[in-house]
Each structure stands twice: as structure tokens, then as C-alpha cells.
Design a protein around this ligand. Structure first.
Ligand code: SF4
Length: 706
């Protein structure tokens, strides 16, 4: 693959290259001065990108620090014996070793014994090519990705209710016009800071904001109403609010009759959610529930926005359904400045879940078990439909199947630090160690590369071209702004090199990322996530294009559902859902809820942000948030070293004593490995539909205070 010349977008007022932040799904527009590759450019927020309007958070401002970082890996690394040291190797040696391991694994154990693990940080082009590589070059069913741990429950609920899954069914600017917004389990003031400008505009226009969260977060402090909910009870709250909406006469019966199916079963179910019962389950008072539903019912427009708080549970999909049910019963979905939506987390969490790196999916949000969908992709790829593998294992199940007993003997990881990001991480570490062969592509050494047999050093965000799809469903350009250092390669090139070695080079013959995109958009034609009318030139001309965009003369679709939903009958579906306990619940042995989240200074497993000195200075370690009553009970002082234990492992944190958290709940961020690893405690209890693990609810005890 040749490297295209640096594409410049020159504006009259200044010379700058427009691209996007490497981290979260907000994908803030940034501008980088053109240095012709001579030095690392400084970063500005792009005032012309209509999502962030020039604002960046501290991660965005400091993201350039990664580009010439002294710890950058600049050569492939190989390990001659397990337990031995990694040593530098040539690209040919490293790639030959991976290809040989994949060939040997397939010959000795079958095609499905090769596993592939992708990432919600990969560009659309990479996600597409990784899925194609797994299905064609390896012939394995077992490909999944870390987005399964981010978006899968919202995606499951949205697909079932609306027939389509796009995080926001409207542009982010619509938030400013909503009279009422309810944020459920989102601390977006820390996780997507520039989004707060839209809530500030909404409130300046007379709108109200309510936040549902076990903690009084930075976001909750901005709210008109904070509901400090018991972890794992968001479903019961939504059902309870629908009960009250029925009682107070807020239902939109014309909308329910004209645009939905299945309400009667939901109505029968929520009649069991009397406010007194809901108060017992959720810890939210009846008075607060009534206040909230009256604000919602009186508002001319209302958004219900969920995030990882209610979604990362073993009942995540059902919880999403409960909030969607409320939106449908009130006639909100498809109405201007209204409706349920979810705030996506990872940089390409949206695009990464649409184009084939999920175990059950093919490009264009097609389903791998659907014969028509298989035939459409097989035609684009020039192979018989029955040669495509069937549905494989989801992320947690894939990792839990590593090694001789589980059957996946070789694992190829692209852009995911699974050793930190996975729930019950000690079990995952042991599984990774039990593989016959582990290969990892990343720009920096991390807890996963430390276990690998081969490590391939790859381009970073500002060194590559491609597209991302932000949390609104807006497809945007990632532009190459600096030259990569000698010794590293792009992920696309690596997939081509490996495919060539496995005898499939002809199916991966692309000159550049735009050629990959051109095949990819053809593959999406007619699919739910139809990108076929999107081109690089159109993205440049329109500041991004919202999918679906089914033809070259189609402008894209910023707003969904105004006329119809995406089920064949055009109607949205209600699903009757009941509250149920999580995978575990506090008891005498493990008396506290433990829940996890993110800091504004760090991103996911911290593999990048823990290398940026300014971010480390600001937030060097995870703190354990606990209520003063817990502190008194265990003689914990501020900054005491507290050891927590769950049924799966232990972790140590410094204490942060605060009344901003419920007395029954402890919180820590999950950006660290080793003894600081919150994911040593978390529970891999899976949602039956989305296969989302229960990051947000574990039972723990305090075993030592120092
Ligand atoms: Fe924007 Fe997210 Fe980057 Fe922060 S991390 S600058 S919110 S894209």
C-alpha cells in the first residue's frame, strides 16, 4: 500500500489540517499546523466543526504528546520462548511468525481456533478489513471487539425497538432545543466535556436537566434534579416513571396507535411498578419520581439519554428497552428535539459496530446468519456465500475460550488492551497466557503486549488516513497530518501483508485507505448502515455525512424516525421488561456495590493517556470514592490505602471520602492495571442478548485499610 501525500485543507485565515481527536466518540474537530512532517504540530480545537465548535477537553489538548513520545515502539518485537524477553525483529520475521502460527493453528485445530480481537478505536476501513481478514484469510468465525463492552446493550435495544442502531438519531445540536433532558448513567461532563456546551445552551433557553446516577458527579451538579439511584435499578425506575405517566395522563395514545406495536403488554407490566415498590428498589423517592415525570410530561420536547451506567449490566438490553418504552409511550421518538438516544463512548464506537468486526455481523450492519445478507457480502468479496463462517463467540466468551480447553489457540489483537479493559481481568490474563500464540498490534507497549509472542508497532491517529463515525452517526475524515516514524506500519498494511502470506493477497489489494473505503461502501449498499453514497470528497464538502446515505446524490440523514421506524411495518416495537437482580448483589460477605467509570484525564485502559505527563500529573492513580459513613465504619482516612475484594480478585486504591456517593456504593475508575485494576473486581456476568458484561455492578468488601 502506498502512502498518499498529506491532504491539506487550507482555509483562508490560516494554514491548517483539519482532523479529529484520537480518543472518544465525540470526535472533536481539531486543527494541526502543517509542518510538512518536520516536527510535531500543536493542536487547536476546530471552531468550524459543528460538534465541538472549537472546544477540546484536556485529553484532546494533550493528544499531540503521543506523536513523538519517547516510549513509542519503533520495531517489531518477537519472543523466542514463553517467559523470555521480547527482542527486536525485522517486519518479515515478525509477520512470518504470525502467519505461520495462524496456518499451523488452522491445520492442527481447525479454522475457528484462530481468534481475532478488534477495537472501537479502529477506523471504519480497518474495522471492515479486519472483519474481511478474519472471514476470508483465516476463515474463522471467532472475531469480536472491545466495543462489545461499550455499546452493545444500547445497540441491542435500539435494533429490536427501532430496527436500526445509531447512537444519536439526531445531531448533537438538537440537545440545545430540548425543553427537558434526562441523562441516565452518564457523567458526560467528565467523559465528553465539550458536550456540556449543548446542555448549557439548553438550560440558557429555559430547559431543565435531570441526572440519574448513584454519584453526584460533575454532570449531576449541573442538573436541576439529581436522582441518586441504587446501582442496577435503572430499569425499575423507567418502569416506575411509565406507571406514573399512565397515572398522570401523559401518554400519547395517538402516537402509540399510529406508530408502535406491543404497548398493551408493557402497560400490563408497568402496572406492577407502584412508586412505593420502585422507591424500595431504586432508592429514589416517590416525590423525586413524580417531580421528574411532571417535568417530562409538561415539556414540549424531551430527550432521554442513556449511557454506560444503565447499559453495562447483565440486564442492559432490557434496561434500554424500559427507557425506550417510556420515550415511545410519551410519543417522543422522532419528534423534534426529543426521544431516546445513547451517548457512545469509544472513538469509533459507532462505525466500529457496523462493519463486520462483531461475531454476528457483516458490513453494513448485516447479520452473518441471514442468508440474504451473506449472499450480498459474498458477492462483493467474490466468494461463495456458504464459504463464509457462521456466527462466532462474543468478546468475553472469545477471551474465555482461549487456550487448549476453550479451543481458541492463537489470538490476533488489533488496538485493544484487553489485559486491562476486560472484566474479571485476572481470569483474562490467565487465558491470554494459555494461548499457543498471541500477536498484538499497538503503538505503545501495554499490559497486553507484555504477554505477546509478537508485537507489531503501528501508526497512530495523526499518521494515517481513514474515516470514523462519531456518536451522532456522522462519518468524518481522519487525516494524515504527520509522517510516521521509521519502523512502524499501518494496520491496513499489516492486514494486507498477513493476507498475502496466507495466500489471500488478491482479496486485499488496495493502494490506500480510500480504495478500502470504496469497496467497504459498496459492501454496505442496501444494508441498514448504508454508506454507499458517502465518499471522501463528500465528507470534506459537508463537514461529515450522516448515514444512511444510499446514493451519491443523497445528502445523508441527520435525523431519523420523523416519518417511520426501520422495521418492515414502519412501526417501533415496545418490549415488556421486568426488573431483576444483577449477576451478584451485596450480601453479608460482600456488603457494598462496586461500580466503575472514567476520569476526564484518561481514556479507557489508559494505554495512551497514562503516557501523557500532564494527564498523569493531574490524575496519577485511581481513587476509591466512598461515603463518610463507610469511612467511619472502617476507620478510613482521606488517602488511606484501601484494599477491596470481590469474589474474583483484589485491588488497592487511595480513599477519597465524599458525600457525593451513596453510602452503599463504592466507585473507582478502570484506567489502570496491576494492583490498581478496578477490573480485577468486576463481574463478567453477561446480558443474554448483547453479551455485555456487568462492569457497573459487583459486590465487594473492604479487607484492609492502611
Ligand atoms: Fe473531544 Fe473526546 Fe477528544 Fe475530549 S477526548 S477532545 S471530548 S474527542
Amino acid at each position: 500500500m502506498t502512502i498518499a501525500p498529506l491532504p491539506l485543507v487550507r482555509r483562508r485565515e490560516e494554514l491548517a489540517i483539519r482532523t479529529h481527536c484520537p480518543y472518544c466518540a465525540f470526535q472533536c474537530g481539531i486543527r494541526m499546523a502543517d509542518t510538512a512532517g518536520e516536527s510535531v504540530p500543536q493542536i487547536q480545537g476546530d471552531p468550524h466543526f459543528p460538534v465541538n465548535n472549537g472546544q477540546l477537553c484536556i485529553k484532546g489538548w494533550t493528544s499531540f504528546a503521543l506523536l513523538n513520545h519517547p516510549q513509542r515502539m519503533l520495531s517489531p518485537l518477537v519472543r523466542d520462548v514463553r517467559g523470555g524477553e521480547l527482542r527486536e525483529a525485522t517486519w518479515d520475521e515478525a509477520l512470518d511468525r504470525i502467519a505461520e502460527a495462524m496456518r499451523r493453528t488452522k491445520a492442527e485445530h481447525g479454522a475457528d481456533a484462530n481468534g481475532v480481537f478488534g477495537s472501537g478505536a479502529l477506523t471504519n476501513e480497518k474495522a471492515y478489513l479486519l472483519g474481511k481478514f478474519a472471514r476470508l484469510a483465516l476463515g474463522t468465525a471467532n472475531i469480536d471487539y472491545n466495543g462489545r463492552w461499550c455499546m452493545a446493550s444500547a445497540a441491542g435495544g435500539s435494533n429490536r425497538a427501532f430496527g436500526i442502531d445509531r447512537g444519536l438519531p439526531f445531531p448533537v445540536e438538537d440537545i440545545a432545543g430540548a425543553e427537558m433532558v434526562v441523562l441516565v448513567g452518564s457523567n458526560c461532563a467528565d467523559t465528553l466535556p465539550p458536550i456540556m456546551q449543548w446542555f448549557e445552551k439548553q438550560k440558557a433557553g429555559g430547559g431543565r436537566l435531570a441526572v440519574v446516577d448513584p454519584r453526584r458527579t460533575a454532570t449531576a451538579r449541573k442538573a436541576d434534579l439529581h436522582l441518586p439511584i441504587t446501582p442496577g435499578s435503572d430499569l425499575a425506575l423507567a418502569n416506575g416513571l411509565l406507571y406514573l405517566a399512565l397515572e398522570e395522563g401523559f401518554l400519547n395514545r395517538d402516537y402509540i396507535a399510529a406508530r408502535t406495536t406491543g404497548f398493551d403488554a408493557v402497560r400490563a407490566t408497568v402496572l406492577g411498578y407502584h412508586p412505593a415498590a420502585v422507591e424500595r428498589i431504586t432508592g429514589v423517592s416517590e416525590a423525586q419520581m413524580r417531580q421528574l415525570i411532571r417535568w417530562i410530561g409538561a415539556a414540549k420536547s424531551c430527550m432521554l439519554l442513556t449511557s454506560r451506567g444503565p447499559e453495562q449490566h447483565s440486564k442492559g438490553v432490557d434496561t434500554v428497552h424500559a427507557w425506550i418504552n417510556l420515550a415511545l409511550a410519551l410519543g417522543l421518538q422522532g419528534k423534534p428535539n426529543s426521544g431516546w438516544a445513547t451517548l457512545t463512548g469509544q472513538g469509533n464506537g459507532q462505525g466500529g459496530r457496523e462493519h463486520g468486526q462483531k461475531a454476528d455481523q457483516l458490513p453494513g450492519y448485516r447479520l452473518i446468519e441471514n442468508p440474504d445478507h451473506r449472499a450480498a457480502i459474498a458477492e462483493v468479496w467474490g466468494v461463495p456465500a456458504d464459504s463464509l463462517p457462521r456466527k462466532g463467540k462474543s468478546a468475553c466468551e472469545l477471551l474465555d475460550s482461549l487456550g487448549p480447553t476453550g479451543g481458541i489457540r492463537t489470538l490476533f489483537v488489533m488496538g485493544s488492551n484487553v489485559a486491562v479493559a476486560s472484566p474479571d481481568k485476572t481470569r483474562v490474563l490467565n487465558r491470554l497466557k494459555s494461548t499457543d500464540f498471541l500477536a498484538v498490534c499497538d503503538a505503545f507497549a501495554n499490559e497486553t503486549t507484555a504477554l505477546a509472542d509478537v508485537v507489531l508497532p503501528v501508526f497512530q491517529w495523526a499518521e494515517e488516513n481513514g474515516t470514523m463515525t462519531n456518536f451522532e452517526g456522522r462519518v468524518i475524515r481522519r487525516r494524515r497530518t504527520v509522517r510516521p516514524p521509521r519502523g512502524v506500519r499501518g494496520d491496513l498494511e499489516i492486514l494486507q501483508d498477513l493476507a498475502e502470506r496466507l495466500g489471500h493477497g488478491h482479496q486485499f489489494a488496495f493502494e490506500n485507505s480510500e480504495e478500502v473505503f470504496d469497496e467497504f461502501r459498496r459492501a454496505t449498499a442496501g444494508g441498514t448502515a448504508d454508506y454507499s453514497g458517502i465518499t471522501y470528497a463528500k465528507i470534506d464538502a459537508q463537514d461529515g455525512v450522516f448515514w444512511p446515505c444510499p446514493s451519491k446524490d443523497h445528502p445523508g440523514t441527520p435525523r431519523l424516525f420523523a416519518e417511520r421506524f426501520h422495521h418492515p411495518d414502519g412501526r417501533a416495537k415496545f418490549f415488556a421488561v421486568e426488573h431483576r437482580a444483577g449477576g451478584e448483589h451485596p450480601d453479608d460477605a460482600y456488603p457494598y456495590f462496586f461500580t466503575t467509570g472514567r476520569y476526564k484525564e484518561h481514556y479507557n485502559s489508559g494505554a495512551q493517556t497514562r503516557l501523557v505527563q500532564k494527564l498523569v500529573n493531574e490524575k496519577p492513580r485511581p481513587m476509591l470514592q466512598l461515603h463518610p459513613t463507610v469511612a467511619r465504619r472502617h476507620a478510613i482516612l482521606s488517602d488511606s490505602l484501601v484494599t477491596l475484594e470481590s469474589r474474583r480478585g483484589r485491588a488497592e486504591f487511595r480513599a477519597e471520602i465524599t458525600s457525593d456517593i451513596r453510602p452503599d456504593t463504592l466507585f473507582a475508575a478502570f484506567h489502570w492495571g496491576g494492583r490498581d485494576a478496578a477490573n480485577a473486581l468486576t463481574n463478567a456476568a453477561l446480558d443474554p442478548i448483547s453479551r455485555m458484561p456487568e462492569f457497573k455492578l459487583s459486590a465487594v468488601r473492604i479487607v484492609r485499610v492502611a
